[in-house]
Design a protein around this ligand. Structure first.
Ligand SMILES: NC(=O)c1ccc[n+]([C@@H]2O[C@H](COP(=O)([O-])OP(=O)(O)OC[C@H]3O[C@@H](n4cnc5c(N)ncnc54)[C@H](O)[C@@H]3O)[C@@H](O)[C@H]2O)c1
Length: 344
C-alpha cells in the first residue's frame, strides 16, 4: 500500500523523515510545509500548514517545534489523517491529553510519536536479553545523555520555554526517560536537581539530575546535560546476574560515537559471591536503523493493522508526566518559568 504523505515542518527532522519514507518505499511524499523558504526540495512546498490538505495526504508527519505539535496533530486527526509526530509530544502533559481526546474520537486512525531510541539495535538487543530472564531481576539503571548546548543557544526555539516547554530535559533527556519507562514501567518516587549553570540568562535548565524508583525497587538515575561538552550517551542496566551497558548512540550528527553494547554474566565463587569484573562481550553497531524501523512500524500499523509498539500516546503521556514530576521535584527550580511560558 502506498500512502500519500505530507510533512509539516521541513527542518532537520522533516527531511530525515522524508529520506526514511523514500527508503521504505511505501510512501509517496506529496508536499511539505515550512515557513522557512531557504531549502531545496523536489516536492511542492507550502507555508501554511492547512494548505497541505490540498494535496490529499493519507498521513501527516508533524516535525515542527513543540508548541505547534498539538494543533497540527489534532487538526490532522480531525481531518481523518493518520499522524506521525516528533517527540516531545507538545510542551506538557495537558498537550498530550488534548491529543489523546481527539485520538479517542478517531479509533480508526493511527497516531504515533517519534521516540526512536527504543528502535536502536543496541537498545532492542539489551531489552531482549533482559526480557529473556537469564540475568534475573533488574536492580538499577544509570543514564547519561548530554551535549554541548551549541551556537545560538539563547536564540534557539528549543531554549524558549514558550516554544519548547523546557530545556535539555524535555528535548534530549526525554529519550532516556522513555527508555527507563520501557524497562521499569512506572516510577513512584522521583527526586531531582534542576539547574542553570552556564546559560544563566536563558530561562530553561541546562542540567537535570533525577533519581527515581519504581514499586519493585528498581532505581534509575538520569543526568541530562547541555554542558556535556563532549557529547555522551550511556545507559547501564545492572541486574542480579550481570550487566548490560550501551555506550554511544548512532545519530544524524554522528557526535555520540558508535553504539557499543557490553554484556557480562556474573560468575560465583565457592561461597556464592559474584567474582568481580566478569568477562564481558562487546557488540559494535555501525548503522542507525532506528528511523527505518520506526517508519516501517507506522506503515504496518496503517496498512496491516499491526499494533503500535513504540510511541503510543499512552507512552507519550507517561514520559511527559515524568518530565513534569522531575521539574516539580526540585523545590529550588523556578518551575513558574515554564508554567507561565506554556500558558500562552
Ligand atoms: N527523534 C529525535 O531524535 C529528534 C531529533 C531532533 C528533533 N526532534 C524533534 O523534531 C521536531 C523538530 O525539530 P528539528 O530538529 O527538525 O527542528 P528544526 O528547527 O530543524 O525544524 C523545525 C522546522 O519547523 C519549521 N516551522 C516553524 N514554524 C512553522 C510553521 N508555523 N509552519 C510550518 N513550519 C514551521 C521551521 O521553519 C523549521 O524548518 C522537534 O519537536 C524536536 O524535538 C526529534
Amino acid at each position: 500500500m502506498t500512502l500519500r504523505a505530507a510533512i509539516i515542518g521541513y527542518g532537520k527532522m522533516g527531511q530525515i523523515r522524508h529520506e526514511a519514507m523514500n527508503r521504505h518505499g511505501g510512501f509517496d511524499v506529496v508536499c511539505a510545509c515550512d515557513t522557512h523558504a531557504n531549502f531545496d526540495a523536489d516536492i511542492p512546498l507550502v507555508t501554511d500548514p492547512t494548505r497541505v490538505y490540498d494535496y490529499d495526504p493519507d498521513v501527516v508527519f508533524c516535525c515542527v517545534p513543540n508548541r505547534m505539535i498539538p494543533d497540527v496533530v489534532c487538526d490532522a486527526l480531525e481531518r481523518g489523517k493518520h499522524v506521525f509526530s516528533e517527540k516531545p509530544p507538545g510542551r506538557n502533559s495537558d498537550d498530550v491529553r488534548r491529543m489523546q481526546a481527539v485520538e479517542a474520537r478517531h479509533p480508526d486512525l493511527v497516531l504515533k510519536f517519534g521516540f526512536n531510541h527504543r528502535f536502536h539495535d543496541a537498545i532492542e538487543d539489551a531489552k531482549r536479553m533482559l526480557d529473556a530472564g537469564t540475568m534475573g531481576d533488574l536492580y538499577f539503571m544509570r543514564g547519561v545523555y548530554g551535549k554541548a548546548g551549541g551556537a545560538n543557544y539563547a536564540q534557539n526555539w528549543r531554549n524558549d520555554p514558550s516554544q519548547s516547554g523546557g530545556g535539555i530535559l524535555i528535548d534530549q533527556g526525554i529519550h532516556m526517560l522513555d527508555l527507563f519507562l520501557m524497562f521499569a514501567d512506572h516510577f513512584s518516587d522521583v527526586q531531582s536537581v534542576v539547574q542553570r549553570k552556564f546559560w544563566t540568562d536563558v530561562p530553561v535548565e541546562d542540567n537535570a539530575f533525577a533519581l527515581m524508583k519504581n514499586d519493585a525497587g528498581v532505581v534509575a538515575s538520569l543526568h541530562s546535560s547541555a554542558t556535556q561538552w563532549q557529547h555522551k550517551f550511556t545507559l547501564e542496566l545492572y541486574a542480579r546476574g550481570g550487566f548490560i551497558s550501551v555506550n554511544g548512540i548512532l545519530s544524524a550528527s554522528g557526535t555520540y560515537g558508535t553504539e557499543v553494547l557490553n554484556v557480562a554474566l556474573n560468575r560465583l565463587d565457592q561461597d556464592g559471591n559474584p567474582i568481580p569484573n566478569p568477562e564481558s562481550q562487546e557488540v559494535r553497531y555501525t548503522e542507525d536503523h532506528s528511523w527505518d524501523k520506526e517508519i516501517a512500524e507506522f506503515h504496518a500499523a496503517i496498512a496491516e493493522g499491526q499494533p503500535v509498539r513504540c510511541g503510543t500516546s499512552q507512552q507519550a503521556l507517561d514520559v511527559m508526566t515524568l518530565v513534569e514530576r522531575i521539574y516539580a521535584a526540585d523545590a529550588d527550580w523556578p518551575g513558574q518559568i515554564a508554567a507561565t511560558a506554556t500558558a500562552g
